[in-house]
Unconditional design. Sequence first.
Length: 137
Amino acid sequence: MEAVQKTQSRERKEWLRRFNRKVTNPLMMTFAGKRLYTVVAHVGRHSKKPYQTPLLGRPSGTHFYFPLPYGADTDWCLNVLAAGGCTSRWNGRTYTLAAPRIVDQAAGEPVYPGLLRWMLHASGVQQYLVTDICASG
């Protein structure tokens, strides 16, 4: 029974992931790069094509954090890890990011303000991608 529930949960997550890629992400690109959402520019690890992905991300000190609601095996995350970095447009500034790595919930969650932190926790986000900020402008 438990194995069936885990399979169904994975299938729901995969369906939502595909829906977001095809429907939600194109809509979010209209306002990403401003207050809450960032636009991450990355290069495909196989195709070498440039991509832009709207994400919930935020800088904190010398680092930039991105929650990973689907885990670290999403295309954008794997691309950033393989390339060793990316750029991110947030709140009118462009950040050059390097040294990407995966951190746990305890390291990533405190960066986000109250309600948003609660929502990330409640939705079960366990991992975050964190990068070093090399430059911003």
